[in-house]
Design a protein around this ligand. Structure first.
Ligand code: ZN
Length: 234
């Protein structure tokens, strides 16, 4: 039973090698990075839209305030034309000073808001350019990665058909256990125990588990997740 699985595992090295080369491909990494950016860009744009809308609303409120202040200013100027005594003139001057101070504050706020709006526009441009670059990167590196994948096709088909033949000889339940581990990126999956220790990570195995080995069962290492077997004594 174990011999068949060991034969399968030996041939599986061919598949693992192809998978590792594909996984290590720079083009794949670049295409994935570009895709990640593109997937997240909508959220960035939405956030920016919300910020832009907030700034635009604040700006139009300030504009309204500026119009009102200008109206008050005109009223004071008109009133100055018909001042009757020094007390009234002094009062009016004081009011005009206060108004001038308010106008200055509002103008300062408007200037700050314009700067913020300018920064948001810049951010839009930055995102637009980055998106273009990411799209180009995704297209280019994705294409190269697909070419690399295609270049392995024949080799992969060969290994897979070999594995299919070998898998047919393995106990199905055991094969399933192996493939589950393999899907979790473990390779090699199957190790021989070394005395009372895991042959892969050297963890000491509990007696209860070791007992099962003697009956020809395959156990699992708690630490590294490998499947363990014991060679039958001849
Ligand atoms: Zn282990």
């Amino acid at each position: 039973m174990i011999e068949e699985l060991l034969a399968y595992q030996a041939a599986d090295a061919g598949l693992k090698k192809i998978e590792s080369e594909l996984a290590g491909s720079e083009d794949r990494k670049k295409a994935l990075a570009a895709k990640k950016y593109l997937d997240g860009v909508e959220e960035s744009v939405n956030k920016l839209d919300a910020r832009a809308a907030g700034l635009a609303a604040a700006y139009s409120m300030l504009e309204e305030e500026q119009v009102k202040l200008k109206e008050q200013e005109s009223e004071f100027v008109r009133a100055a034309g018909s001042v009757e005594d020094r007390t009234e003139a002094a009062y009016l001057l004081k009011k005009m000073d206060e108004l001038a101070a308010k106008i200055k504050i509002v103008a300062g706020k408007a200037e700050k808001l314009s700067e913020d709006i300018g920064a948001v526009m810049k951010e839009y441009m930055r995102i637009k350019n980055e998106t273009k670059a990411a799209q180009a990167q995704y297209a280019e590196n994705g294409k190269k990665y697909n070419e690399l994948k295609a270049s392995f096709k024949d080799e992969r088909d060969k290994v897979e058909s070999e594995l299919k033949k070998l898998a047919a000889k393995v106990d199905p339940a055991l094969m399933e256990r192996y493939l589950k581990k393999r899907a979790g990126k473990i390779y090699p999956v199957l190790y021989e125990v070394r005395g009372n220790f895991c042959g892969a990570c050297n963890m000491e195995l509990p007696m209860s588990e070791l007992g099962k080995l003697k009956n020809g069962e395959i156990i699992e290492c708690d630490q590294c997740g490998r499947l363990l077997y014991q060679k039958p004594k001849k």
